[in-house]
Design a protein around this ligand. Structure first.
Ligand SMILES: Cc1ncc(COP(=O)(O)O)c(C=O)c1O
Length: 393
C-alpha cells in the first residue's frame, strides 16, 4: 500500500550546498549566513527589521520581553493554538487570557476580544497575540482598531504564516510580518520554509529591534557574535537581561536556500489545497477550509472538518482509518484550556470556549507538503472519500 507521511521536508541540492558551505567555512554558529538570512527574510516580507532566532517559541518570548510584558500583565490570545503561544507568557509571569475563535477561520474572534476587554475581568491586558492559524491571515484591520482603541500592542504569532497576506484598509494586499508591532515566524521542520529549527521576528520599530538583538544573545552588545572573528573584539558589555536564542549559521544556511524557493514551495501547497477542495466539495460529510475574500492563505495546514451527523464514526476513528490506509494525518490543535497545565496554573476548565472545542471535536489535518507526488495526493483524496462513503449515515 502507498504510504503518505504527514510531512516530509523539501530538502534538495541547494540546501545541501549551503549547509556544506557553512560547515566548511570555519564559522558554524551565528555569523554571515544568519545575517544574510535576516536581510533576505526582511526583503521577502517587506519588513524594516528581521531578527533571526533559534525558534518561534524564543521569538514570541523575546517579543513580549521587548515590550516589557511582566508579572501580573495579561495577553489576549486563543486556546486553539500550539502551547508555545501561551507558554511564553508564563515565562514572564504574565497570564494568557483566552478568547474563543471564529468557527470558520479558526482565528481569534475580534468580537470576543472586545467582550473580554469590556467585561471588567481583565484590567491588566497589555497586548494581543493573534495566531494566523494554518496560514489563514487574521482580520488585522479589526484587531488593529481594537489595539489602538485600548492602547494595546500586537505580537503576531505567525508561526504558520510565512507567505500569508491580507488586503488591509488603505494598504492593499499586505504580507504578514509588516502589520503588528512584532511578528514571530517559525522555521520548524514541518513549516512552510524550514531551518530544521529556527525562527524570525520582524518589526518596523528600531528600538524594539535593537532590544531584541541584544536580548537574543545574553544581553551582549549587538555585534558580540563577532567576538571570535578577526574583525571583532574580545571585549563585550552586558546591557540587559539576555537569553540564548541566536540562530546558528548551519540552520540559517538551510533557511537561505528554502527562502529562495519560497514562492515555488508555496505554489505547490496551493495546488494541493486546490485539488483537495475540488475533490471534497461535493461530499456531504467533509467540510473544506473556508475561503476568505482578500486573504492569501499560506496553506501551512489543510484542516478539514467532518460533518459528524452525516457519519457513523467520530473524528478519532476517521483518523485511525486514514492511518490504516497509509496516510499520516494529524489534529491541530488540542485546545489549551482543556489541558492539565492550563487548568492547574490558570484555572481554565473544559466548556469555556465552545467554538474551539466544537472545531476540535471534528477537525483533522491532511498531508500538504510540496514534495507530495500527484499519486500521493490522489491516494489521500481516495482514502478520505472511501472512508466517508463507507461510514456514511
Ligand atoms: C501556532 C504556533 N506558535 C508557535 C510555535 C512554536 O514554533 P517553534 O517550534 O519554532 O518554537 C508553533 C509550533 O508549531 C505553532 O504552531
Amino acid at each position: 500500500m502507498r504510504q503518505v507521511p504527514f510531512h516530509r521536508p523539501s530538502i534538495g541540492p541547494d540546501e545541501e550546498r549551503e549547509v556544506i558551505e557553512a560547515l566548511r567555512s570555519g564559522w558554524i554558529t551565528t555569523g554571515p549566513k544568519a545575517k544574510q538570512f535576516e536581510q533576505d527574510f526582511a526583503a521577502y516580507v517587506g519588513a524594516r527589521h528581521a531578527l533571526a532566532v533559534a525558534h518561534c517559541t524564543g521569538a514570541l518570548h523575546l517579543a513580549l520581553f521587548a515590550l516589557g510584558i511582566g508579572p501580573g500583565d495579561e495577553v489576549i490570545t486563543t486556546p486553539f493554538t500550539f502551547t508555545a503561544t501561551a507558554e511564553v507568557m508564563g515565562y514572564l509571569g504574565a497570564r494568557p487570557v483566552f478568547v474563543d475563535i471564529e468557527p470558520d477561520t479558526f482565528n481569534i474572534d475580534p468580537e470576543k476580544i472586545e467582550a473580554a476587554l469590556a467585561s471588567g475581568d481583565h484590567r491588566q491586558v497589555r497586548a494581543l497575540m493573534p495566531v494566523h492559524f494554518a496560514g489563514q491571515a487574521c482580520d488585522m484591520d479589526r484587531i488593529g482598531a481594537i489595539a489602538r482603541r485600548h492602547d494595546l500592542r500586537i505580537v503576531e504569532d505567525a508561526a504558520h504564516a510565512v507567505g500569508s497576506a491580507r488586503v488591509l484598509d488603505g494598504r492593499g494586499m499586505t504580507r504578514i510580518g509588516t502589520i503588528g508591532d512584532l511578528s514571530c515566524f517559525s522555521f520548524y521542520a514541518t513549516k512552510n520554509i524550514t531551518c530544521a529549527e529556527g525562527g524570525m521576528i520582524t518589526t518596523a520599530d528600531d528600538a524594539l529591534a535593537a532590544r531584541i538583538a541584544v536580548a537574543s544573545l545574553h544581553g551582549m552588545d549587538r555585534d558580540a557574535w563577532k567576538r571570535y572573528d578577526s574583525t571583532g573584539s574580545w571585549f563585550y558589555e552586558i546591557h540587559d537581561t539576555g537569553f540564548k536564542y541566536n540562530l546558528s549559521d548551519v540552520h540559517a544556511a538551510i533557511g537561505l536556500a528554502q527562502l529562495r524557493r519560497a514562492d515555488q514551495l508555496m505554489s505547490r501547497r496551493q495546488a494541493i489545497a486546490h485539488a483537495y477542495n475540488q475533490a471534497f466539495a461535493a461530499d456531504p460529510a467533509i467540510e473544506v477550509p473556508v475561503t476568505v475574500a482578500g486573504v492569501e492563505h499560506a496553506w501551512h495546514l489543510y484542516i478539514t472538518r467532518l460533518r459528524l451527523d452525516a457519519l457513523r464514526i467520530d473524528r478519532n476513528r476517521f483518523v485511525e482509518l486514514m492511518r490504516e490506509r497509509g496516510v499520516g494525518v494529524s489534529v491541530h490543535c488540542i485546545p489549551l484550556h482543556t489541558m492539565d497545565f492550563y487548568q492547574r496554573r490558570y484555572g481554565y476548565r473544559a466548556g469555556q470556549f465552545p467554538v474551539a472545542e466544537a472545531v476540535y471535536s471534528r477537525c483533522f489535518s491532511l498531508p500538504i507538503f510540496p514534495a507530495m507526488s500527484d499519486e500521493d495526493i490522489a491516494h489521500v483524496i481516495e482514502s478520505v472519500l472511501a472512508i466517508a462513503r463507507e461510514y456514511r449515515r
